[in-house]
Design a protein around this ligand. Sequence first.
Ligand SMILES: Cc1cc2nc3c(=O)[nH]c(=O)nc-3n(C[C@H](O)[C@H](O)[C@H](O)COP(=O)(O)OP(=O)(O)OC[C@H]3O[C@@H](n4cnc5c(N)ncnc54)[C@H](O)[C@@H]3O)c2cc1C
Length: 357
Amino acid sequence: MSKPRPSAPRSSVRREVKRSINQYGVFPVTVSRVEKLTDSFVRVSLTGRSLLHAAAPISDGTGQVYDAYIKLLIPPAGASGPTMIELDTSWRSRWLAAPESERGYMRTYTVSNSRLVPSVGLDETPLLGMLPAAEADLEPLERELPEGQQPEIDVDFVLHTDSEGKSGPGSAWAEQTRVGQQISLLAPLRGSTLWASYNPGEARSLLLVGDETAAPAILSILRSLPTEATGAVFLEVPGAEDALDRLPEVRRAAQRVPGVRLNVLDRSDQQARGQQLAASLRQVCGVETLEEIAPREEAAPGEIVWHLAENPVDTYVLLAGESSVVKTLRRICVNEAGLPKESISFMGYWKAGQAEG
Ligand SMILES: Cc1cc2nc3c(=O)[nH]c(=O)nc-3n(C[C@H](O)[C@H](O)[C@H](O)COP(=O)(O)OP(=O)(O)OC[C@H]3O[C@@H](n4cnc5c(N)ncnc54)[C@H](O)[C@@H]3O)c2cc1C
């Protein structure tokens, strides 16, 4: 007979659990670790018993996250503590109408890993807000976990500034955050599927191409792939110091799938964003490079550059990063290399000169 579990540690803050009408919820979490990976990347680990109620593999901590992503609710300047949103049918319009100085910012980030960690002394975050179930319904879920464990996720932030040294709220938050700080995230509820794009179908090989914002997604795909996978990865990062392939965990991820070649390219010699990705893509597709600089496609302001492969055949192509770069890469694949459109997932993760909103 299994040993009865002591009940979860209680917070001194009132527990307020409501039924949600959505397939996603707001999860208050605590920063448990901050690690500067390279000049441009900082890894922030977030933990909380609230994550027990998020979709697997966040809640079960198995780490097979592929390119799953969440929304972080970055508090406005001067505010601290987790942001709460009442997720009723009009929350989105209410959120957009509120001034940023009050509601803060919602930013999209990849879950680069997930695990279970000892809960002792780590998390005093109350279970607040729009969690999925009544309190009585939560207890059986909590009993399913190993004793004294709770989920933890990693988020790898790109630290970026413009020519005037200004960064966005997401990047600025990551740069200043410390262990113990609280924040909220929006993610699918347990029982539903995490938001993600990777969909190789029956394709026999992979071509994964992205800029630094896609590095967490591509690297966690590498970690999640079956060991017999084949293909190539091209990652473009800001500087030579960001050569992620020098990090032990990235080397390990690449070594476990020896049939997938990892190529990390850097822009340290002032090359335009995406220029090396375009050249590498042409090279790997056997397309002649006629111009020194790839003619760029421009994503229009507000244009949604996002389409998932429908029925990948032969090689599955995943393109992710800055929207105009992604449009350019897709044109090379389709117009120059003649790859079938239905094999290509392309995701504009962000747009130069435009804040996420
Ligand atoms: C599915 C998905 C997964 C993502 N995963 C990650 C991830 O794991 N890590 C990560 O760092 N980003 C990731 N991104 C991209 C991230 O959401 C954007 O970069 C976001 O704009 C950052 O918010 P911010 O507040 O720092 O800047 P914003 O306030 O959104 O933008 C302010 C200014 O900075 C510019 N800007 C934004 N991002 C960058 C950048 N990386 N480099 C240079 N200039 C930039 C904007 O064009 C704008 O001019 C992901 C996006 C999506 C859609």
